[in-house]
Design a binder for this molecule. Structure first.
Ligand SMILES: Cc1cc2nc3c(=O)[nH]c(=O)nc-3n(C[C@H](O)[C@H](O)[C@H](O)COP(=O)(O)O)c2cc1C
Length: 133
């Protein structure tokens, strides 16, 4: 089983939400009945924020793989690695503080990645347009 813990506080070791996420992962491991190995990966978005979706990134995403520059390929690879990490996890534990009545920007940045059309959402854009949504 793979557990992915994602922390999004910028307060490092002092973060309550990160400490809670660690605790939850510990409890999940302790509560397991199966003898299979449990793999835990930690992604700390406070320490290592995922880059913004900016114009250059959008351009990279809309450029076919073969025509991407090395910089574009490297940027898309970061998103691909993130998506793969989340899709391959059996359980995702989120550590989320409240900042200004919302979730941290560090977290929303990665949520944008998870709605990437055709990779994460198997939608047909023609149907989408025809449905009038
Ligand atoms: C920039 C910032 C904005 C915050 N905004 C809110 C808020 O809107 N509502 C709230 O109840 N607490 C707010 N807080 C308090 C945090 O939720 C609280 O400090 C929490 O412990 C942060 O999570 P962490 O310990 O995981 O970093 C804010 C804290 C910071 C640093």
């Amino acid at each position: 089983m793979k557990i992915l813990q994602i922390s999004s506080s910028v307060r490092g070791e002092n973060s309550y939400s990160t400490q809670l996420a660690y605790l939850l992962v510990e409890r999940l491991i302790a509560a397991r009945r199966s003898v299979d190995e449990t793999e835990v990966a930690v992604r700390d978005l406070g320490r290592s924020p995922h880059p913004l979706l900016d114009g250059a990134t959008l351009q990279a995403l809309f450029t076919v793989t073969e025509l991407r520059t090395p910089e574009q390929a490297a940027r898309v690879a970061l998103d691909d690695a993130l998506i793969e990490e989340i899709q391959s996890a059996d359980i995702v534990v989120l550590g989320v503080p409240m900042y200004n009545f919302g979730v941290p920007a560090q977290l929303t940045r990665i949520l944008h990645k998870l709605t990437r059309a055709l990779t994460c959402l198997l939608i047909d854009m023609k149907d989408f347009v025809q449905s009038g949504v």
